[in-house]
Each structure stands twice: as C-alpha cells, then as structure tokens.
Write a protein that binds this ligand. Structure first.
Ligand SMILES: [Zn+2]
Length: 438
C-alpha cells in the first residue's frame, strides 16, 4: 500500500489545501505541480516515482508529466522548434489506442499529442448514442480527455490533449468542449483540453480569421492554444472529402499566412497554423499532388521581413502543423520540420497498424478462433484464451507502438525528455494463467 503511505505522509506534514495555496504563492511551476497533485488526490490516483517528477532533465522546468496546458505547452512547443523536432499528434478512438500512444511516448522518451476527431469522439462515447447537437461527441471527447489525464501521469510523459478538424458546422462540438474546459478551469486553474483545431479553410479567409479571433480570445483566458487551418488539405478523412479541390487551394500563400499572423498575434501568441503545402490526408499512389515544404520557409521569410525588428531571432515566427503526413517521404517531413513544423498529425498509418495487428493475430491463431470449443489440438479444447478481446487488442497495440516508433524517429522526437529507457514493469503478474505464448 505505497499510495496509502504517501497520502499519510502528505497529510502528516501539512494539509492538502495549505500545500496547494503555498505552492501557488511560490511560482507558476510549483503551482502546476501542486495542481497536478491536487487533481491526482481528488481522483485518488497514485502518483509516484517517474510520474511524481516535477519536470524532465532535458525540458524547460514548466513541462511536467501528464497533460500540459498554458505556458508549459508553449514552452514545450518552443523547445520543439528550437531543437528541430516535431511532436507526433495521433488520432485516437479508444482507450486502447490512447494507451498504445502513451506506451510509445515513454518508450521513445518523448512528448506526444493525443487528439480526437469529431467522429472519433462520438465513437469514444459509443456509436449507439444519439448525437443530436453533438452531445455524444462532446461527452465522448470529455471521457477520452479524462482517460488521458488519468493515465498520462502513470506513463510519466508530457501530453498535449487536442481535438482535430472542426469545420463550421461542427463548431457546437468545440463549443461544448470549450464550456467543459472553462468549468474545469474554474475548479483546477487550467483547461481540460490543451488545444483545439478550428478548420474554416472552406470559408472565405476573412470569415476564417474573424471566427478564429473570437475563439482565440476565449481560449487565451484559460491558457488554451488554437490550431487554425489555411488552405485545404487534400484527400479524405473522417467523412470530409477534398479529393476534387482546385490545385491552387492546396498551396497557402505567404501573404495569407501573414494575414493570419497579424490578426491573431495581438490577441495571443498561442496559435499554430496548419498551412497547405500540397499535403493530402490518407495514403495514395505517388504522383497525384506534390509536397512543397519550401512554401513554409518562404512564408517564414516573408513574415520575418514584415515584422522587421520584432521578428524572433530564429526568423521562424510561425509554428506550423503538418496534416496528411501519412505516406510522405522522410526527407520531406524533416525538411518541413526545419522550416518550423512542430506537430505532425498521424491517423491513417496508425489506423492501418492497429488493424494489421488484429489481422496478423487472426492469421496466427486462425484455427483457434473458429468456435468457442474445438481446435487442432482436439474437438473438446476450449478457445477462450484466444478469443478473449484483450488478446487481439493487445496485438493491435503492440503493432501500433512499433509503427509509432517509426513516427517518433521520422520526426526526430526521440530521447527528448532525458528519462532514459523505461524500467521493466515490476508488478505485473506475468502472462495471465492460460495466456497465449508470447
Ligand atoms: Zn488534417
């Protein structure tokens, strides 16, 4: 009962409330740690050893294990830009997918972004639920957020909790999540989510910018970041089909990116831009659209020149997000990172890896998966240990962690935290009795 002892020690020295208020007085960093402890205490989550770290050896001191928001998130994103890596942002639709992401992040000693699409949020809550006014998608995303918040500390990695594309008709979904973050902020001093994407790239640019300004104003009050989209990501994802869009719209112009930068910066610097540089959702045969990462460096140079003395020292004023990275050449990905990409979205590749894990599992144990009883070892032999959903889901997770290893390497997001290799888990009971041979 290590947790019991830890709690006893905490209350033995100083009451939880006193510890919290004195923490707030000392510094913002200590406040965030105390807040984390307070949340852990409220949810009765044990927070020990790695997860009890205040900060990481190689990261700015504000960045701590668990979900990061506000200045800690900005410090983490700036660290990525300064050190030439991008953080993988993985679309998740289940707790199993989230756990695979957290496992991969710890294995790679790196931060991660976990994000939900509107459809993924709805799935997280359950496809049978009525989604009128996006109620199921809102509740599903909130449920996923609490799963991430509960487990991220246990894995000991920093996580940015985000939502993906939100087109105009989906704004009530983000409104619901923003209300949840405002309520969470009132109680805990930080938002539930770290950031949201608002994708009004199908609307006229003036309208896109105006609505983004409104949201950023609300986000800024509670330490949230806005990802906005400019230009159109081609292909198809989550029911949005941009396969027939005009070629010109697949490439953002430096003037447009400056227009966004100029409009949003006076409100808050907590925004990122998903600019279009020929990126396409999904994996297609090569040759359809050409990726032009140089669009990003031209935009940085253009904006730096406009800013003059006010331009940052690295001459990369904008933090860019890379959508539709699946199937891209590593050289293109790394070139884009050198131009200020700090986040790359991953969906298609991990959809495939999760499925492939199940496919390979089924192939391996096919003859044991055809009925509850009876396999090649005998007509009376039970198959329970093969069809237990944990077996095929774990196979999917392991295959996804393996695929994410490649993502972390491609994005140069490896050994970022300075924790070293993860310790072998000590308290697992080994393979379950009757578990499958490894
Ligand atoms: Zn996207």
């Amino acid at each position: 009962m290590k947790f019991g002892i830890a709690l006893f020690a905490t209350f033995g020295l100083v009451s939880g409330a006193d510890a919290f208020s004195s923490g707030v007085k000392q510094s913002a960093r200590v406040a965030s740690v105390s807040l984390q402890e307070k949340i852990a205490e409220e949810l009765a989550i044990p927070c020990e050893e790695e997860c009890a770290l205040e900060s990481f050896p190689n990261l700015p001191p504000s960045v701590h294990p668990g979900v990061v928001t506000g200045q800690a998130m900005v410090d983490l994103l700036n660290h990525a830009k300064e050190n030439g890596y991008a953080i993988p942002a993985v679309n998740c639709v289940s707790s199993s997918g989230i756990n695979a992401c957290l496992e991969a992040a710890r294995k790679n000693d790196a931060p991660i972004i976990i994000q939900f699409s509107s459809g993924g949020s709805q799935f997280y809550g359950g496809k049978a639920l009525d989604n009128k006014n996006y109620a199921a998608a809102i509740a599903g995303a909130v449920s996923g957020a609490f799963h991430v918040r509960t487990m991220a500390e246990q894995y000991g990695v920093p996580v940015i909790l985000h939502t993906d594309h939100c087109a105009k008709k989906l704004l009530p979904w983000v409104d619901g999540l923003l209300a949840a973050s405002e309520r969470y902020y009132a109680k805990h001093g930080e938002p539930l989510f770290s950031s949201h994407m608002i994708d009004l790239s199908e609307e006229p640019i003036e309208e896109n910018i105006e609505i983004c300004k409104e949201y950023l104003t609300r986000f800024a009050k509670i330490g949230m970041l806005l990802e906005m989209e400019l230009g159109i990501t081609g292909g198809e994802e989550d029911g949005v089909n941009n396969e027939d869009v005009a070629l010109d719209d697949l490439y953002s112009k430096p003037e447009e990116i400056f227009q966004v930068y100029d409009a949003l910066t006076p409100i808050s610097d907590m925004f990122t831009v998903a600019a279009a540089f020929g990126n396409v959702h999904g994996v297609y045969s090569p040759g359809n659209v050409k990726l032009e990462p140089k669009i990003l460096t031209r935009a940085q140079a253009y904006i730096s020149e406009k800013l003059g003395d006010k331009s940052p020292a690295d001459k990369k004023p904008v933090k860019f997000v890379f959508h539709g990275g699946s199937g891209s050449d590593v050289s293109d990905i790394q070139e884009a990172i050198s131009y200020g990409v700090i986040k790359m979205n991953i969906d298609t590749d991990t959809q495939w890896s999760y499925w492939e894990g199940i496919k390979n599992f089924e192939e391996k144990y096919h003859d044991y998966l055809q009925g509850q009883i009876g396999n090649p070892e005998g007509p009376e032999k039970p198959n329970k240990k093969y069809y237990d959903p944990r077996e095929c889901m774990r196979a999917a997770e392991v295959n996804t962690v393996k695929r994410l290893d490649k993502c972390f390497a491609d994005l140069k997001c490896v050994n970022v935290l300075g924790l070293g290799s993860a310790k072998e888990a000590e308290n697992v009971l080994g393979p379950r009795r009757g578990g499958l041979p490894v």
